[in-house]
Every structure is written in C-alpha cells, then in structure tokens.
Design a protein around this ligand. Structure first.
Ligand SMILES: C[S@@+](CC[C@H](N)C(=O)[O-])C[C@H]1O[C@@H](n2cnc3c(N)ncnc32)[C@H](O)[C@@H]1O
Length: 270
C-alpha cells in the first residue's frame, strides 16, 4: 500500500484539523473565490479549507489519500447541506480522475507537499488547472523556528531514516525547489510568487494536552513515539514536544493553546 496512505490513515487528522479552522476560513476568504468557480483542494483532509470554499458557492472537489479523512469530509458537507462539494480518495501525484484544464483554482494547504513524487505533483497541478487559472500551495518551511516545522524536525530525529530516494515533504518549503518543479511542468519563474504567511492553531485545552493529541492522532508524531518507545526515549520526546508547545503558546489562559506557525505561500499563474 502507498506509504503515505498508511501514514495518514494511521491516526485521525480531524483531531488536529479542528484546531486549524479559523486560519483555514480566513485563508479561503482572502482568495476571492466566487460562485461558479471550479476549485480543486488537494490533500484536503476533512475539508478544513474545502468546506469554506464550498460555502462561497463555488464547485469544489477535495482529493485526499486517506479514506478516513475523505469520509469525514463528506460527512461534514452532508451535515452542512453543501451539495456543491465532493471528496474523493486519490493521490496528488496521479489525478487520473480529473481532466486537463478543469479548474480555475488548484489549491493545496499542507497537503500535496506530502505526496511522494514532487515533480509529478507539480505536473498534475499544472495539467488540471485552466490556462489563466491559479495554483496556490501552502508548504511548511524546513528549519523554520515555528511550530510545525519543529514538530516534524523533532519527530524525524526519533524515527528511523527514510528509505533511499525519499524526498522530504519539507523541500516544498524552499523557493528554488518550487521554481524547479513548476519549471519542469512548463511554468516560467516569473509566473511564480512567494510569501511567508502565518497560520494559527487554536486548541481549547492546554499545550500538554495538545501534545497528547499529536501523539495519539497525528501520523508523523505517532510514528516518532512508536520508534522512541523501542529505544526507551518516549519521555525525552514527550518533553521536547511539551517544551516546544509551551514556548510557542501565546494564549493567556492556562487551559487553552494558541500557536502561530509560518509557511511558504506559493502562487502560480497558469
Ligand atoms: C497536514 S494534513 C492537511 C490537511 C488539510 N489540507 C488541512 O488543512 O486540514 C495533510 C493531508 O495530506 C494528505 N495527503 C498526504 N499525501 C497525499 C497524497 N499523496 N495525495 C493526496 N493527499 C495526501 C493527508 O492524508 C492529509 O489529509
């Protein structure tokens, strides 16, 4: 089975996504999507951005490799009575169900960056986007001092080295890689722009509990804890993450967590 599918179906990302709703909604509101537009949300999870897109009246397709998240997204859409959105299981590197030039906007926030073949991902995003349409990606930035880059960095230090040939998802957070990947898909550099943007995580519980949520439900951190347990290092990992979450928490209340993380926002004019 696709290792990405195994990784993301292992946990339950809805538990993290529920702490990402405010920034997901704000990001969608900033993009000016309108009724009648066709939008593809890749690595959409349970619809953190896909559901706000659907509320604009646009036609939305959400694609995610994890069937549990596809099911959760469809259930959220059903509960809201949104008939203009469908979630499908699929791989961002192989969008065989989607026609060429179908979408006004191809969007992926912290999603397509995790697919295993970045050049195929760029190629597929360009292929399915209309001429004159846009691609927008949000990618975590390697070695950035803020939350998610640090969680992934700490987690990988406890996990066995990846197989040979593995390309880290974090490479999508480096401008020259983005230019190279979209360049290979036929997009000239001047049509690609970058911005360091911010995303806020808000959890209605303490940083310590938030670490437990990552430990129990976020695939990469679950794998890190599994590996750490084998080496008797679970307490060390727990402490590193609690220190990180406490350091970045800006909530005034002890039973709430609010943490801002930076990401690379990529805009491609097709
Ligand atoms: C960090 S989550 C972000 C989810 C969502 N975009 C959000 O903002 O809540 C990463 C998502 O990418 C999905 N994913 C990972 N590899 C993928 C691939 N090859 N194709 C499609 N989705 C993928 C995972 O299943 C997961 O839902």
């Amino acid at each position: 089975m696709n290792p990405n599918k195994v990784l993301w179906e292992k946990g339950d990302f809805t538990k993290i996504a529920s702490t990402m709703r405010d920034s997901g909604e704000e990001l969608v509101a900033s993009l000016g999507v309108k009724k009648g537009m066709k939008v593809l949300d890749l690595g959409c999870g349970d619809g953190n951005t896909a559901i706000p897109f659907a509320r604009t009246g646009a036609d939305i397709i959400g694609v995610d490799i994890a069937q549990n998240l596809v099911d959760a997204g469809n259930e959220r859409a059903r509960k809201e009575g949104l008939g203009n959105i469908r979630f499908f299981e699929g791989d961002a590197a192989d969008l065989n169900g989607q026609k060429d030039g179908e979408f006004d906007l191809t969007f992926s926030i912290f999603g397509a960056m995790f697919a295993s073949n970045p050049f195929k991902v760029a190629n597929e995003m360009v292929r399915v986007t209309k001429k004159g349409g846009k691609i927008i990606m949000g990618n975590w930035i390697p070695n950035d001092p803020t939350l998610v880059a640090q969680i992934l960095k700490i987690s990988s230090a406890y996990t066995p080295p990846p197989p040979e040939g593995f390309i880290s998802p974090m490479t999508w957070g480096v401008e020259k890689n983005v230019i190279e990947r979209f360049g290979a898909a036929g997009i000239p550099e001047e049509k690609i722009s970058f911005e360091r943007a911010l995303f806020i995580f808000r959890a209605p519980y303490s940083p310590k509990e938030y670490v437990s949520v990552f430990k129990n439900f976020y695939g990469p951190t679950m794998n890190a804890f599994d590996a750490a347990a084998k080496n008797d290092k679970s307490d060390e990992l727990q402490k590193e993450l609690e220190d990180l979450f406490n350091k970045h928490n800006t909530s005034a209340s002890t039973d709430k967590t609010e943490i801002t993380a930076a990401y690379l926002k990529v805009t491609v004019q097709c």
